[in-house]
Design a protein around this ligand. Structure first.
Ligand SMILES: *[C@@H]1O[C@H](CO)[C@@H](O)[C@H](O)[C@H]1NC(C)=O
Length: 274
């Protein structure tokens, strides 16, 4: 009431012809042309903000300073989405969702996606989070049952009828990443484990932090300085415990082994491929 009165007082102060021609009179909770030419509603800025609308200045002529033209081009209730409109502009048959728009009840969310393919509820994909190491492990598992063969293996597959431990790992790395550890001089177990960081270009991670897909090594104290030749075995961790996938020794086939009760414990570091 007070606003109406104020508005009319204001208007009488302006020559009426001028006001009606250039600035058609607006009213609180009445229509207006807002941002980007979209039809909106004249409401207090506070209520526009509260209802997540956008307002522009000088589009509700004749209303008090805090009344602005508020529009809301996107409103949504679950899978129903549309824009805020005057009910009469929504068209027949479309849903109008209340309480999503600024202004009076007649300014509502007009659902425009109703006939769109029902949105398959966007279940956030349970990220399998397969890291590179796990892919390398998966590749190595494809070699299940192939015999151990000392010095066997290259980038393409088994040689001499099989793989040895590092041949298996290097083959899987090559298959998955394209990196050729054979030609880089890293295919021998001790060369892989003892390579400098700049040559290896993979991280060495403390044994305690191992996870599936890491390369695990064996060789006494695993002392690269004094006894690199003692480092004699490598496999791929299958979990963060004691299971690995490997080509173990002559007479075995590529398989899973548990080394929990081995005489020998693993080297202090594992190599992580990503
Ligand atoms: C406005 O946005 C806030 C925060 O995103 C939300 O909680 C609230 O429900 C929205 N209000 C309307 C009317 O859309």
């Amino acid at each position: 009431m007070r606003i109406q009165l104020f508005t009319s007082l204001l208007l009488t102060a302006i020559p009426s012809g001028f006001a009606s021609a250039l600035y058609p009179r607006s009213v609180l909770n009445g229509p207006c042309t807002g941002k980007d030419g979209v039809i909106g509603v004249c409401v207090p800025t506070t209520s526009c903000d509260r209802d997540n609308g956008t307002y522009i200045h000088n589009a509700c002529p004749g209303t008090p300073e805090n009344i602005k033209c508020c529009t809301k081009p996107h409103c949504q209730l679950a899978a129903q989405a549309g824009d805020c409109r005057w009910v009469e502009n929504c068209g027949g048959g479309k849903s109008l969702v209340q309480y999503l728009c600024p202004g009076p009840d007649a300014f509502r969310c007009c659902i425009t996606n109703e006939n769109a393919t029902p949105e398959p509820t966007p279940t956030p994909k349970p990220q399998p989070d397969v890291n590179l190491g796990e892919k390398i492990l998966a590749k190595a598992k494809e070699a299940e049952g192939i015999p151990y063969h000392w010095a066997g293996g290259n980038c393409k597959g088994p040689t001499g009828g099989g793989f040895d431990c590092s041949g298996l790992v290097s083959w899987a790395v090559c298959q998955v990443t394209g990196r050729n550890l054979f030609s880089e001089g890293l295919r021998v177990t001790r060369s892989m484990y003892c390579a400098s960081a700049s040559k290896l270009k993979y991280k060495k991670v403390k044994w305690a932090n191992r996870r599936a897909g890491d390369a695990v090594f064996f060789g006494g104290k695993c002392d690269c300085e004094n006894n690199p030749a003692g480092i004699h075995h490598v496999g791929l961790m299958m979990d963060d415990g004691y299971t690995m996938w490997n080509a173990l020794k002559t007479g075995t086939k590529i398989r899973k082994d548990n080394f929990k009760n081995w005489d020998e414990s693993a080297c202090p570091y594992v190599i992580r491929f990503d």
